[in-house]
Structures are given as C-alpha cells and as structure tokens.
Design a protein around this ligand. Structure first.
Ligand SMILES: Nc1ncnc2c1ncn2[C@@H]1O[C@H](COP(=O)(O)OP(=O)(O)O)[C@@H](O)[C@H]1O
Ligand SMILES: [Mg+2]
Length: 224
C-alpha cells in the first residue's frame, strides 16, 4: 500500500569547509508525512534540496521512483521537478504582479494539453479547496501571510505531484495559521502523497508519521 518513493544510500554533501551530510541513508514512502527536524546548520535544507533534485550529493546513491537519479540530465530533472514534486518555502515566493489564480496557474503552463480555461478552472478549484474561493483575484500584497502560504500550497499542488517538499513552511506564520497549514499537509498525505516538511516547531510531531532528526548531517535522536 505504501510504496517506496525515495531511497537514499550513504548520501554525502561536502562543501569547501563543511560536510553538511554524512553517510545518510533513508527511505520515504507514499502516503506518509515526514518531519525533518534538527538545530540550525544540521543539514535539513541541504537534504531536501537534494531530495528535490535542486542540488546533487557529493557521494552516495539517490533512487527516485526506484530509478537511479545519477543517469538523469538537467532537462529530465527539471521535468521531474515540475511534474512530480511540489515545493513550498518559508517565504512563499509568489509573483507579486500576478493574482492568486495566476500564481497557481503558473506550473500548469508546462502541460501542453491544457487550455487556458482549464488551467483557470483548476486553479480556482484548488484555491477553493484551500479556503480561498473569495481571494482568487487578489494580489499577494492583498492577502495575509497565512493566505499567501495557502496560495503557494495550491501552486505546489497544481500539477498533482507525488511528493511535496516544504522547507519551514510555517516559519513566517502565527500558531493558528501554522495549525491550518499542518492540517492541509496532513490531508494531502491522506490522498496518498509523500510530504516531507522541515520544521523547527515540535507541533509538527502531532501530524507527522515519521521524524527524521538530523544532528550534524547524520541521523540523531531528538532531545525530549
Ligand atoms: N552553499 C553552501 N556553501 C557552503 N556551505 C553551505 C552551503 N549550504 C549550506 N552550507 C553549510 O552546510 C551546513 C548545513 O546547512 P543547511 O543544510 O542549510 O542546514 P539547516 O537547513 O539545517 O539549517 C551548514 O554548516 C551550512 O553553513
Ligand atoms: Mg534550513
């Protein structure tokens, strides 16, 4: 039922002065919510950038959908990123000159089979699902931080990805909005997707199925 989506084996990431990841091995399955925690500098962003094909490991193996990612060229990687992985960031990264619905439509332009009308309809549907039915024509600056992040989530889900990767998605939000976002992520997992979320807040443990705790680039134990 829960199939293997991602497997990394002895992944290393070395920068000039530091080793950010050391011999890290992990498997991620469909229909599961993963929380990645650890102090600042423990390698969380480095890890999810590698998982999201935004960066390459220095050593080790990365199998995505059971295929070795080493053989993928840049074009294939960006296709996979657009189709199979949705990204959510702490600072939303919405385009300020575009409305909510236009922001959500952006990733859909890569789907040549979709007409503009279909994109619009789907984007409105996604925004409605996230409680933003009345906000579709608003520009980011006309939205609260929590609403902006929900637009960013709708955009991340636009192409129906199998994997959602979020780096501190609630870092700029208050408690109430954080709860909303975690609940949304949990609902996405229920649909069978894999959600991998970096968070500093242990509230996430109420929602996550698995905790990946990083300690100086290795798996560690979280202090109580
Ligand atoms: N592009 C980079 N160049 C050099 N060092 C980096 C780079 N990115 C991250 N690091 C270093 O790697 C370590 C892990 O960083 P990071 O993955 O951002 O940690 P976290 O997200 O857990 O705070 C840190 O020591 C950081 O300074
Ligand atoms: Mg980070």
């Amino acid at each position: 039922m829960n199939s293997e989506i991602i497997r990394i084996e002895k992944i290393e990431k070395h920068y000039e002065k530091v080793s950010a990841l050391k011999e890290l091995s992990l498997t991620f399955y469909s229909g599961k919510f993963y929380a990645i925690m650890g102090v600042s500098g423990s390698g969380k962003t480095t890890l999810i950038n590698i998982l999201g094909l935004l960066d390459n490991p220095t050593a080790g193996n990365y199998y995505l959908f059971q295929e070795d990612t080493k053989s993928l060229d840049q074009r294939q990687k960006s296709l996979i990123r657009n189709k199979k992985i949705g990204f959510i960031f702490q600072s939303f990264y919405l385009l300020s000159h575009m409305t909510a619905v236009e922001n959500v439509m952006l990733p859909m332009y890569l789907d040549e089979a979709m007409t503009l009308e279909q994109m619009q309809e789907k984007a409105i549907q996604m925004l409605s699902k996230l409680g933003l039915k009345e906000r579709t024509d608003h520009y980011p600056k006309e939205l609260s931080a929590g609403e902006q992040q929900r637009v960013a989530i709708a955009r991340a889900l636009a192409n129906d990805p199998d994997i959602i990767i979020a780096d501190e998605p609630t870092g700029n939000l208050d408690e109430k909005n954080e709860e909303t976002i975690f609940k949304i992520l949990k609902a996405i997992v229920k649909e069978g997707k894999t959600v991998i979320t970096v968070s500093h807040n242990k509230e996430i443990l109420k929602y996550a199925d698995e905790l990946v705790y990083l300690d100086q680039g290795r798996l560690g134990e979280r202090d109580a």
